[in-house]
Design a protein around this ligand. Structure first.
Ligand code: NDP
Ligand code: 2IT
Length: 450
């Protein structure tokens, strides 16, 4: 690992020394810093004002005990996190993840990515992320409720509609947001837009549920159109995961004329050469909270294979990784390339390893990085904040129309920045630079008090 800029090298070395155990965070930071080489070279002010040192250090990290009582009456303890990474362009904004793999490194990588993603949306939102190592799998509704109430009892001291506005991520959907919101309101006696992804009956926005998956497909469609004069029409699509992002990516990819032939969860994947029946998937995952393997009992002609990584061996034109970080490695990338994939767009956060990204780029495959292509979720969260502020509801068409415009704009911001700094066609570099420029500008304008 070596940077051309001695400034970037020094900052990265210091970061790696201080956070030696945080491999996901260092992975995310390295990629961004690497993209910023030409920007740092052309703007000496960034070094003079210590912008890179400042941007890699969270403004605030909150870690707390979450104790709750399970259905057997036993006390359970988990660890809660909120990383308030950067508020230069707006209140901290970003999801909450509930998964046993959550630790400080994971939350810091997600919070760091969120700074640039939120900037790319063009909306006034800073970067943050939170969560817990609590495992929602196999828990009753009452246990989920008690956990969420305990989590919010501490979190409520640190957030607010103009301070920090959390939302969902892995393991946090409508049910959890409802419990979290109820507890915030109880503690603060305020009906305010402190969370997004809320239910429609208490301040949620139409199209927020669909937004990340739909936005991913809008970005991909624009990328295909502008860079290959092509579209989803007639394409075979493989999507990993079967949660919120994967389900609505499947819905939109299908509406745009693609055929989605595979979905997965952490146990394995299904292959349905006829195109997945999304009503069956929604029934299993959204209503019954079941496992993806149940699909094959209900849809003849489909197959299930144990082990989620094998999904990338299925031949496809477009691959949309929508499960979790580092789920697509170099070997999987090479298999996709050998099978003729033309485009890869990330729905999950950092799903491709650095080696996989390099393999796609070297092979001339269109590659859309997460912080650009999955920004539709947080963008629509910001639209939910707008509606809460004006105490109005917009129609589905209005929100979806804005989402489409935002995703197209993000694609062009990435494409333009890549061209401007001599990396035409490299949307990874383009996204990092375009996201960074606005945040750096705001930090420079606001002085060095934090
Ligand atoms: P969900 O909890 O709804 O679904 C997550 C899916 O990913 C499930 O199918 C889950 O399988 C699978 N998964 C989770 N962890 C792992 C793992 N360690 N290995 C293999 N599979 C795993 O989450 P979302 O759909 O909301 O989130 C998916 C990704 O999209 C995440 O990276 C998230 O950060 C990102 N994202 C989400 C946004 C949103 O608005 N929700 C916005 C932008 C990005 P299983 O059930 O077996 O755990
Ligand atoms: O990773 C993400 O962008 C999200 N989980 C959505 C965050 C949000 O505030 O809507």
């Amino acid at each position: 690992m070596a940077f051309k800029s001695s400034y970037l090298q020094r900052v990265y070395d210091g970061l790696a020394e201080r956070n030696a155990e945080q491999k996901e965070f260092l992975q995310a930071a390295y990629e961004v810093l690497e993209s910023l080489e030409p920007v740092v070279e052309q703007n000496p002010k960034l070094e003079e004002e210590g912008i890179i040192e400042r941007i890699v250090e969270p403004e605030r990290i909150i870690m707390f005990r979450v104790s709750w009582v399970d259905d057997a009456g036993k006390v359970q303890v988990n660890r809660g996190y909120r990383v308030q990474f950067n508020s230069a362009i707006g209140p901290y904004k970003g999801g909450l993840r509930l998964h046993p793999s959550v630790n400080l490194s994971v939350i810091k990588f997600l919070g760091f990515e969120q700074i640039f993603k939120n900037s790319l949306t063009g909306l006034p939102i800073g970067g943050g992320k939170g969560g817990s190592d609590f495992d929602p799998k196999g828990k009753s509704d009452r246990e989920i409720m008690r956990f969420c109430q305990s989590f919010m009892t501490e979190l409520s001291k640190h957030i607010g509609a103009d301070t920090d506005v959390p939302a969902g991520d892995i393991g946090v959907g409508g049910r959890e947001i409802g419990y979290l919101y109820g507890q915030y309101k109880r503690l603060r006696n305020e009906f305010t837009g402190v969370l997004t992804g809320k239910g429609l009956s208490y301040g949620g926005s139409l199209a927020r549920t669909e937004a990340t998956g739909y936005g991913l497909c809008y970005y991909t469609e624009e990328m295909l159109s502008c860079m290959k004069n092509d579209s989803f029409k007639g394409k075979t699509v493989v999507i990993s995961g079967s949660g919120n992002v994967a389900i609505y990516a499947t819905e939109k990819a299908t509406q745009l004329g693609g055929k989605v032939v595979a979905l997965s969860d952490s146990n394995g994947y299904i292959h349905d050469p006829n195109g997945v029946n999304l009503d069956v998937v929604k029934q299993i995952k959204e209503v019954e909270r079941g496992r993806i393997k149940e699909y094959v009992d209900r849809v003849p002609g489909s197959t299930y294979t144990e082990g989620c990584r094998g999904i990338w061996s299925i031949k496809c034109d477009i691959a949309l990784p929508c499960a979790t970080q580092n789920e697509l490695d170099e070997e999987s990338a090479k298999t996709l390339i050998a099978n003729g994939v033309m485009a890869v767009a990330e729905g999950a956060n950092m799903p491709s390893t650095p080696e996989a990204v390099a393999a796609f780029q070297n092979a001339g495959i269109l590659f859309a990085p997460a912080k650009a292509s999955n920004a539709g979720g947080v963008a629509t969260s910001a639209l939910e904040m707008s509606q809460n502020s004006e105490r109005l509801h917009w129609t589905f068409e209005e929100v979806d129309g804005k989402l489409q415009t935002i995703m197209k704009n993000i694609f062009h911001a990435c494409d333009d920045a890549a061209k401007k700094y001599g990396h035409e066609g490299n949307l990874v570099v383009g996204a990092n630079i375009a996201g960074f420029e606005k945040v750096a500008d705001a930090m420079l304008a606001q002085g060095v008090a934090y």
